[in-house]
Design a protein around this ligand. Sequence first.
Ligand SMILES: C[S@@+](CC[C@H](N)C(=O)[O-])C[C@H]1O[C@@H](n2cnc3c(N)ncnc32)[C@H](O)[C@@H]1O
Length: 782
Amino acid sequence: MPLGEKQGDKSESRYCGVETQFSNDMPQLLDFNINGGFDFVVAPLVDPAYRPSQEDFGGSQSGALPVAGSDLVLSPAEWSSRVVGKISSWIDLDSDDEALRRDSEISLKREVAWATHLSLQACLLPAPKGLSCANYARCVNQILQSTSNLQLWLRIPLRKHEDGEPMDDQAFGGAPMDSWETWNSFRLLCEHNSQLSVALDVLSSLPYPNSLGRWFGEPVRAAILHSSSFLTNARGYPCLSKRHQKLMMAFFNHSVQESVQSSYILRNIHAFRSTVLEAFVFFDEFPLAVPSCGWFSYSQTALFAVYFSLGNQRHPLRPYLDYIGYLYQKMAPLPQQEQYEPLMDNLEAQTYETFEQDAVKYIQVRAWIAYQRAVSKALFDRVPDDNASTVTTVLMVVGAGRGPLVRASLQAAEETGRKLKVYAVEKNPNAVITLHSLVKLEGWENIVTIVSSDMRCWNAPEKADILVSELLGSFGDNELSPECLDGAQRFLKPDGISIPSSYTSFLQPITTSKLFNDVKAHKDLLHFETAYVVKLHKVARLAPCQPVFTFTHPNYSPNKDNQRYTKLKFEIPSDTGSALVHGFAGYFDATLYKDVHLGIEPSMPTPNMFSWYRLKVLFFMVLQLAFKCCYLFVLFLLLCFFDLIGFPTVNTMQNTLPGPNFLHASTNFGIAVQRGHSDKRSKVSHLFSVENTSVCKARFPLRSPYLEMLWFHQGSSPTQVSTIIVDVLLDLVKNWHRAMSGSVPFRTCASCLTLVWYEWCVASPSPSPIHNGKGRSYWVGL
Ligand SMILES: C[S@@+](CC[C@H](N)C(=O)[O-])C[C@H]1O[C@@H](n2cnc3c(N)ncnc32)[C@H](O)[C@@H]1O
């Protein structure tokens, strides 16, 4: 039964399963639990008492696996939609016991092969038993290479040893202090395979919030809630602590799965029940199906009988299920915009393109309003009331596009009662056609002059009082606004006003397995060097944003230079633990004029603005309702008029570091960023990327995890693409050399570290690659 049907809810967080013991009667097992309200079972596929080595001593004469029924006992649809295979939990591939290790490997492979044969969607892998999981990961990686549809969920206890806490290394087989590190090692050894994800065991005590936050950037497919994590309320029903509730909500919101285990509740009712069932709450895409009827296996029958005798036909875990359903229902209804989010994750989908078009339109609507306010304020400052009817202000919209800023400027003039003369400068001839028809349509011929030209080479007939432009990218300057405006400011009066007057870019390190895997799927470096505009959703923001570059206009500095270099040091909260930086989120904030801002930097409250996310929500809600209720539309317009709705911001993932940019950030780290123009053909930089960081950490301790990044920006033409080059501190490079030259096997080394030399060629249309000796060489396309 889904936890709740919410309008527009397509999330994976609505389904709830139950972990069962081994039963050789799958139909009965399924029937009992589905009738009990669960959507699926997580069931062992093979008798846990079985060991492959028994066969050597005649333990199994048949050669067949002691499985939970043949493939024919359930329909293919039931196997696929109702059963998650639980791989034998005794498996320990890193055991010192040779026989156990060998049995483990054989069993793991056989059970997964059986699950594949049954067409299961997923299997739950047991948690790594100890600190070392290299052989386990190697074996899983091998399996993943030959499986295409099966998802493997690695069970990981949600625990991290905090300072001052007593050590409890017995739990989960002596798992390490920070289970995130176990997961990180494992997935790195499995090369970020997208079929490998996490099933988090949520225990009664939770790590600190910052360390919990790391999981939101990880592919958590299931959360397993243990009944021991529940409290009992005054009426005797199970409930969760505030912290657990908050975590659950966060999981729901991230479409992460949550799971609950039930030993506590069952033990309260009847001793043996604690070994019978464990409850899961899953948020997954298991389709609903009408379960077939059946009867119960011995243990299930016994359990059921006890319930009958208690006069209670409910599943013993039903109160827990109901409580989770209640929490889910308690969440605010999903905004309509959320329906589009999955589309936004996939930048290449046509549906995303369609949605993006709408979002862009809305962003523009909001921008125009902010621009109108900025122009109004500038007009008030420029022309005193007494001169309003006599002085004509010359305003140039440079990069006019299809005319929205021309319209915003004329509306500002009307609003302030100032006289305006507008030049609309646009280099795109197609947009100029639209501009001409707009001017004709609106009857602006006497006020607006259209100039079809590049602003940098246009000879203006007169100088402007106000220069209005919107050439900003999501990372501020990345669409070459500084270079264009520097070219245009020669036709701004010395005391003239530029709108925007300044803008700043921001960076923030993030963990985001999802986006990383999407980029990695392209299997080339080019995609790692691309900046993506995405809705950041499944990300862990590891440290607060930091400002990167600021540009101010007009810029009359004698040494005007758009090259920039800065170093950023990110402070990761001390209770976070280790973290993996997949990339950086980029943002901007622009001052249009005085207190009028446009921005998407999340932590900086921009006056009278909402985030893009919330505004997008507002837009879709209001627009749809407007068709139904005119007054709401009027309300929307009023809000716009009084600027109570701010400009929508676009959250952006700027994958600004080229290559797979990993940095094991168990301590704070920094990057250095340079922006600018280089015409030296001989300019060679080093790109250092650290992959498989835990291995890297173990073999080459990064004494100073400090990454230097040089960012060169093609400064001359907006039509040319800029490139980003990373330089790395020498000690990191030395580590790499040391690894290459000896002790470490090449393969391991190559998967850990990649050192690439770039040549950055401004002039050459086909830059020549520089060979880096033992490493790979790449082209840098400009
Ligand atoms: C981001 S769009 C903004 C368009 C419009 N102002 C709006 O708000 O919809 C930037 C516009 O500037 C134009 N543009 C960019 N560089 C230019 C240049 N050097 N000279 C003239 N127009 C330019 C582009 O063609 C594009 O139409």
